[in-house]
Design a protein around this ligand. Structure first.
Ligand code: GLN
Length: 282
């Protein structure tokens, strides 16, 4: 019954925007007015005088949103740091929480230096490409296990004019793809949700972000342990690694990397005051 209701057009005389707001509110979407506006802007630019195609497109988007698919995945893009990134179901949606990683990395990278950046689990490419956009002499490698995610990252790199300064590679981070001492800085937002916790996440995350981008193994720290084996080898002496951490994980992540031979520089909080970024030095 729900499905039928969701795809029905409003009765004649009912404004489409009002109808959308009403349905989004009923589905407990947090910002129904804003989201109705965004859907109409994307699907039906001639609102309020929509064509039949626009109306169908707008309602197709609405019915996806009513099933709690994230809006960015429906409209196909999301802002992160200073750019707009293509997103789809093959990549983790960029989160504002992750922008602290970009800010902290930039603070460590002099303006005109010819640095080499490695992004482990690059996904949409949002971290790596944001850094390359700000540091014009830098080059970078984005590694990801998912070829589908790398295809999205490649589109983003081209769209931002950064394709010439980044290489996108398929592989896992225990692969020995790199020579020792190849990178000045490593950034990573790896999967860090403990396997059994995934089903407790919001529908928007657990059903629409790719599981491979979320699942950090039995205790959530599996990827950090693998990265801790790779990072001290591929970083230059004096180089930095910046890792995103889940809520409550920063201390243990720091320990894992200190045991791997790196030195803790700081942990930094996100906008919500959660320790979100662990920074270490070789
Ligand atoms: N930050 C994501 C979340 O809130 C998780 C991303 C990750 O595992 N790196 O669910």
């Amino acid at each position: 019954m729900g499905k039928k209701l969701q795809s029905q057009f409003p009765e004649s005389g009912v404004d489409i925007r009002d109808d959308m707001i009403c349905r989004l509110s009923a589905a407990k979407i947090a910002s129904p007015r804003l989201e109705a506006g965004i859907i109409l802007q994307k699907a039906a630019p001639s609102y309020p005088n929509l064509t039949a195609e626009e109306k169908a497109a707008a309602y197709a988007m609405l019915s996806r949103r009513l099933r709690h698919e994230p809006l960015d995945k429906i409209i196909g893009c999301r802002e992160f740091y200073k750019s707009v990134f293509k997103v789809n179901g093959d990549v983790l949606s960029p989160r504002p929480d992750t922008e602290i990683l970009v800010e902290k990395a930039l603070a460590l990278l002099p303006e005109d230096s010819e640095i080499r950046i490695l992004d482990l689990g690059t996904g949409s490419g949002c971290i790596l490409l944001s850094l390359l956009a700000e540091r014009k002499q830098a080059v970078g490698v984005g590694l990801d296990i998912s070829p589908a995610a790398l295809a999205v990252a490649a589109e983003n790199a081209e769209a931002l004019g950064l394709g010439g300064r980044c290489r996108l590679l398929a592989g896992s981070w225990n692969d020995t793809l790199f020579s020792p001492g190849s990178f000045d800085i490593i950034v990573s937002n790896p999967p860090y949700i403990a396997h059994d916790e995934i089903e407790k996440l919001d529908t928007e995350v657990k059903d629409f972000d790719p599981p491979v981008a979320l699942d950090g193994g039995a205790d959530g720290y599996g990827c950090y342990r693998e990265i801790a084996a790779l990072a001290p080898v591929v970083l230059k002496k004096g180089g930095f690694i910046l890792l995103e951490s889940g809520a409550g994980q920063a201390e243990r992540i720091a320990e894992i990397f200190i045991r791997g031979g790196l030195e803790l520089v700081e942990t930094a909080k996100d906008l919500a005051g959660i320790n979100r970024c662990v920074i270490l030095k070789k």
